[in-house]
Design a protein around this ligand. Structure first.
Ligand code: TXA
Ligand code: MG
Length: 351
């Protein structure tokens, strides 16, 4: 299969291009498209065969359910039932946007979308391209991140191409994704809402609207616990090189980084170093064997969130032997950043 790349202006998308893409989706094809979080790999969410081809293209385990993307809130009642008041509050406040809500599903949702669960994940993305495409397709769009299963999520059309060239019909190239990390997933089915995956809508933002919000304890990395979002159990977001995450506070983190840098250099390793600006000022980085990337402040990881996956892919493209990364403060968007960094490191962490 030849994979076409169609460039579209993210602010003023060419509707004739999107409507061709919508037709391909309607007919059961696969179209990758940008959202404000990451690129999604879309298929007609009501067509079990089309959805099956998503799993094929990505090499995704069949028990990992997909998010249905909608462009209009009236679609919610067709796909979900017994919708709690809290869920409506969230839709009103955060849709369109990087929030996925888990609800009880109706029979309209094919089993293959939910991996056999009796719940369904719904999201209304904010990106104009995504919203227009969903409207033009006229159906809910099932879309996981448009990467090969296990690889970092794609934040550019080139990342999608690197993973899925020849496996999908079209990639809509709408430039870089703003947020850079996947949406927050929240489950409102129980008495207290639970964050199953942290993302762009933060715990602080959710708590301000809902009151107490829990965080799935499995996210802390305790492998004896079973995550409630099936996708969170897989060791993904991972670069090819092994990654070591340093979670100590400063200045202890500088000492640990120094020690690990020296160890790796002594072993003749090429190092990808991903650290805060203050760490870069405090430790010695003067070897040609070190590829340095500074991400700014540990307290404001917005830029790191946007760049994290592309930096991991960049280190891979430069064939580093090890990635040493300094963690950020776990507040606001930092919770999502740390979740992805820990997973990328396969929980290889120094405290
Ligand atoms: O930002 C995003 O959410 C991107 C863009 C494309 O919208 N999509 C995305 O999809 O990240 P994916 O498939 O890579 O991640 C979906 C996550 C997985 O962890 C999956 O297990 C969880 O949502 N999920 C889906 N349906 C679920 C359900 N019924 N119950 C619990 N978790 C669910
Ligand atoms: Mg994914």
């Amino acid at each position: 299969m030849h994979t076409h790349i169609w460039q579209v202006n993210p602010h003023q998308p060419d509707i004739s291009i999107l409507s061709r893409a919508g037709d391909i989706l309607k007919k059961g094809g696969l179209v990758a498209f940008p959202t404000e979080t990451v690129y999604g790999l879309g298929a007609n969410g009501l067509d079990a065969r089309a959805v099956n081809s998503i799993y094929q293209a990505k090499g995704r385990p069949a028990d990992n359910p997909l998010i249905l993307h909608i462009a209009d809130q009236s679609a919610v009642e067709k796909l979900a039932r017994n919708i709690p008041k809290q869920a409506y509050l969230l839709m009103e406040k955060f849709w369109p946007g990087p929030l996925t809500i888990i609800l009880a599903r109706t029979p309209a949702v094919p089993d293959i979308v939910t991996g056999g669960l009796n719940t369904v994940a719904l999201r209304m993305p904010q990106s104009t391209i995504a919203l227009e495409l969903i409207k033009l397709a006229g159906v809910p769009i099932a879309a996981p991140s448009a990467n090969l299963s296990g690889r970092p999520s794609p934040t550019t059309a080139q990342d999608v191409l690197a993973d899925l060239n020849g496996k999908i019909d079209v990639i809509i190239d709408g430039g870089n994704c703003e947020i850079g990390l996947e949406s927050t997933v929240i489950d409102c089915l129980g008495e207290k809402p639970v964050i199953l995956r942290p993302g762009g809508i933060t715990w602080e933002m959710l708590s301000a609207v809902l009151g107490p919000v829990l965080i799935d304890p499995a996210l802390a990395g305790d492998s004896s616990l079973k995550p409630r979002a099936p996708g969170m159990k897989y060791r993904h977001y991972a670069p090819q090189a092994p990654m070591l995450l340093i979670e100590a506070i400063q200045p202890r983190s500088y000492e640990l980084l120094n020690t690990e840098i020296n160890k790796a250099l002594a072993a003749g390793k090429k190092i990808g170093l991903l650290i805060s600006n203050s760490a870069a000022k405090s430790i010695e980085v003067n070897s040609g064997q070190i590829l340095l990337q500074c991400y700014g402040s540990r307290l404001q990881p917005e830029q790191l969130a946007t760049d994290l996956y592309s930096l991991l892919r960049w280190f891979d493209s430069r064939n580093v032997d090890i990635i040493l990364a300094e963690g950020v403060e776990e507040q606001g968007l930092g919770l999502a950043v740390m979740n992805r960094m820990r997973k990328a490191a396969g929980y290889n962490i120094l405290h």
